[in-house]
Design a protein around this ligand. Structure first.
Ligand code: NAD
Length: 360
């Protein structure tokens, strides 16, 4: 079986789908073809891939093509029928891209669609990349704040610790809480899923009770709040937000625009020099004043709406992603050949084009 690893072509994408270290874990029978310079931006040189047993060459004719971002129009034109393509294919939002892959006759495996069941945890690329985003969000907040995060007692006086609020305590939010705590901030957090209160507290943060309780889907995701609940949440937050120096927002509903949690009025209520890091910028932002893809100052508050934070830490983001992809390959490759077992709920769940439904 040949596995192709292209160089990512989307602007700003520095990750690579497979790192040299993972090649040795793929086992005999898998020949890896890496496009020249594919790992360069993530600090993995071609020489390291060669040393690990890969060949530098065209990845597009391989039986399985694994990449980070969904293939572009030009890239899809290089694919052929019956290939397997693995990547963040955005099945819930990029319908055109999915149709294009379907027309090309490839089996598209979307990393976002891997069911979040215990057996699939090693393949959970949403979680591995959200871990990177959450960590980086806390660092960005610390960096942009014009003050210390920890309490300091110095001869020049005592500095109180910064107060950080994390909205949305899923994978990214919990990592942001842990990182801000390690830096010495006093952290509070809120999520609509009441079940996470315990996790928040176990990290040494306080769960903010806004009196709003949402529902959880079978997959563990939050269900979208009703319009009344959303309005009540915005009002409750508007009163609380001015007490914080930094707000990190991570609230998301799969396939839906990000819920608006922080109003312009709430931003106006914050002290000058405060910071908002909006991890939901990619899907429109949790803050009304976020400008996706940029960092702006509004009402004296710095609002960081940078997107694709995992790409800003490409070495470790790629290493984790690479292990996720290798685990998924372990399910669809047997004895050096692609074998798609449609009875396996992970295989049928992750496949978004040319999927065959298992017989009942
Ligand atoms: P996500 O990125 O979809 O959402 C981030 C968080 O935003 C979630 O915690 C969600 O509850 C919250 N949220 C949504 N609307 C909100 C609102 N209006 N206000 C405040 N918060 C809001 O979620 P995620 O981080 O990908 O993970 C969600 C769940 O999946 C978690 O329960 C996690 O433990 C679970 N999970 C399970 C597995 C597994 O078992 N394999 C793996 C990873 C995650």
């Amino acid at each position: 079986m040949r596995l192709g690893i292209p160089r990512e072509s989307v602007a700003g994408e520095r990750r690579v789908a497979l790192v040299p270290e993972t090649i040795t874990r793929l086992g005999d029978g898998v020949q890896v073809l890496v496009e020249e310079g594919a790992g360069e931006a993530a600090a993995f040189a071609d020489a390291a891939y060669r040393e690990a047993g890969a060949t530098i060459g065209s990845p597009w004719e391989a039986d399985v093509v694994a990449k980070v971002a969904a293939p572009t129009v030009d890239e899809v034109a290089r694919l052929h029928e019956d290939q397997v393509v693995i990547g963040f294919l955005q099945p819930l939002t990029d319908h055109e891209g999915i149709e294009r892959l379907a027309r090309a006759g490839v089996h598209g495996f979307a990393l976002e669609s891997v069911p979040r069941i215990t057996r699939a945890q090693p393949m959970d690329a949403l979680s591995s990349q959200a871990t990177v985003s959450g960590y980086k969000a806390a660092l960005l907040a610390a960096d942009r704040l014009p003050r210390f995060l920890p309490m300091l007692m110095t001869a020049a006086g005592t500095i109180p610790p910064a107060k950080v609020l994390v909205l949305g305590a899923g994978v990214a939010g919990l990592q942001a809480i842990a990182t801000a705590r390690r830096l010495g901030a006093v952290v509070s957090a809120f999520d609509v899923r009441p079940a996470v209160a315990e996790q928040v507290e176990s990290l040494g943060a306080t769960f903010l009770d806004l009196g709003i309780h949402g529902e959880e889907t079978a997959g563990g995701y939050a269900q979208e709040l009703t319009a009344e609940q959303q309005a009540a949440q915005r009002d409750a937050l508007q009163d609380r937000i001015p007490q914080f120096d930094a707000v990190i927002t991570t609230a998301a509903i799969p396939g839906r625009p990000a819920p608006k949690l922080v109003t312009a009025a709430a931003v106006r209520g914050m002290r000058a020099g405060s910071v908002i890091v909006d991890l939901a910028a990619e899907t429109g932002g949790n803050c009304e004043l976020t400008e996706p893809g940029s960092e702006v100052e509004r009402e004296g508050v710095t609002i960081v709406g940078l997107t694709n934070l995992p790409s800003t830490m490409p070495t470790h983001a790629s290493q984790l992603l690479s292990r996720n992809i290798a685990s998924l390959l372990g399910l669809i490759v047997a004895d050096g050949a692609v074998v798609l077992d449609w009875d396996d709920e992970i295989v049928s769940g992750a496949c978004v084009t040319r999927k065959k439904v298992a017989a009942l």
